[in-house]
Design a protein around this ligand. Sequence first.
Ligand code: MF3
Ligand code: CO
Ligand code: CO
Length: 286
Amino acid sequence: MPGVKPIRPYSVSPIRPVPKSIPRPPYIGAPGPEVYHGSDVQTQETIERMRLAGRIAAQAIQVTAAAIAPGVTTDQLDALAHEFICDQGAYPSTLGYRGFPKSICSSVNEVVCHGIPDARPLEDGDLVKIDITVFKDGVHGDNCATFGCGALDQASADLMVHTEEAMNRAIRAVKPGRQLNIVGRVVEAYAGRFGYGVVRDYTGHGVHTAFHSGLIVLHHDEPALTRLIEPGMTFTIEPMLTLGDYHCHQWDDGWTVVTNDGSRAAQFEQTLVVTADGAEILTRAD
Ligand code: MF3
Ligand code: CO
Ligand code: CO
């Protein structure tokens, strides 16, 4: 964007401790998670536990987003989220996941996803994505939302609104008996009206006892994704839409994903459970 400096890496603070009393997900201390071999359909008991994890994850976003303002660093946002999550007796799922060093992902402007909170002060006009996952009672709740810092330019404000609407349309399209490709068909069709790019390299995913179960939910139209949607399936829908081209690459920090053309991205994410006739959002704050 003219007049806006590209995002660059700033220093990352030391790892924040989690009280010993809070149970960790099984991948903590390992190089990565074990492959999940269980069902994509969850029991009512697991779904019930996911409601609580989902609520904490949604509330954590609210608490964190309320602090977004020019001059506040993304590390300060991480500290707020970390404290809130631990106060609920929950574990911030990203902390130590495949070596990720922080409790939230904070992805600003052309950073598409997996931004590491650091010492960069937010600036007026920044487009800020906050992605928070929490682990509570053996299950994860994963959600993300986009916020404006100060006054957004019109194109960024529109992108933010339209990305949330793309997600919500996809959620409403989820029904047992339909193929999982309905999600990408709906997102891509809606994004196309505005000429947005739809990021392909990062996807929605099954989530429950596993953070990323292996079930993949594409946000672009892929007819070959014929897997049928079934009641009790739990997965995320988390479209990343760009003002320019969708192609992106990762920084050599092994995490931060930015658009190749420097165009801005927005993202929204919810964790869902498929019901008898649709989908219910598990990552609700109320
Ligand atoms: N919450 C992200 C997702 O939506 C995953 C973040 S993994 C991390 O799937 F290691 F980058 F934090
Ligand atoms: Co996710
Ligand atoms: Co997420």
